[in-house]
Design a protein around this ligand. Structure first.
Ligand SMILES: [Ca+2]
Ligand SMILES: [Ca+2]
Length: 191
């Protein structure tokens, strides 16, 4: 008897209030979901980008590239002329390495220690004395070996317009004939 007396009240409440509540709740839910959707996209989109960068990094590292300071570097095992080395780097979506700070220079010197001289991306092939980086970076100053660059004419055709890390510690640079065969360093920005 008690349940029967309460039933109409329950029905009336549902019947009279349900549509309005449903509409209010729906609007309220939409209002609540909208920022959540935005938040979800804010979280998921960077994750997808990070995932892609991670996959890219793994692929490069598996090909022998090394990661340092937001850049990837490739240290060749074979030797080529400066131009052929740059062509190789371009085929790998990179350029012969620019060296834009002493910290970067030290890193490269550490990596090549004990190995041969390495081509980097600096040359004055277009205009003597006008140094340009292959990757378009602005040349401001160089870490030249004492008395270099000297644009030496070795009598083998042409003078010296291409730059490599110089022995014995590879912390300074020498300009050499671009046709010389050296190992090289490619560089590309990560991401
Ligand atoms: Ca020169
Ligand atoms: Ca020289």
């Amino acid at each position: 008897m008690k349940a029967a007396a309460e039933e109409p009240v329950y029905e009336n409440m549902v019947m009279s209030n349900a549509p309005r509540q449903s509409g209010d709740n729906g609007q309220q839910l939409v209002g609540e979901i909208q920022p959540l959707r935005g938040l979800w996209e804010e979280i998921v989109s960077p994750c997808a980008v990070l995932q892609e960068q991670y996959r890219y990094l793994l692929t490069r590292v598996s090909q022998g590239w090394r990661h340092h300071g937001g850049n990837l570097y490739y240290f060749s095992k074979e030797k080529r002329s400066w131009e052929e080395a740059e062509r190789f780097c371009v085929s790998q979506d990179s350029h012969l390495s620019s060296v834009l700070s002493w910290e970067e220079q030290e890193y490269l010197a550490t990596q090549v220690k004990g190995a041969d001289q390495r081509w980097i991306g600096l040359s004055d092939r277009e205009a003597e004395g006008s140094w340009r980086w292959a990757d378009g970076s602005k040349y401001t100053a160089g870490f030249w070996t004492e008395s270099q660059p000297d644009n030496w004419d070795q009598g083998v055709g042409g003078t010296e317009d291409c730059v490599h890390l110089d022995q014995p510690r590879y912390e300074t640079w020498n300009d050499a004939n671009c046709t010389e065969q050296h190992r090289w360093i490619c560089k590309t920005a990560l991401g």
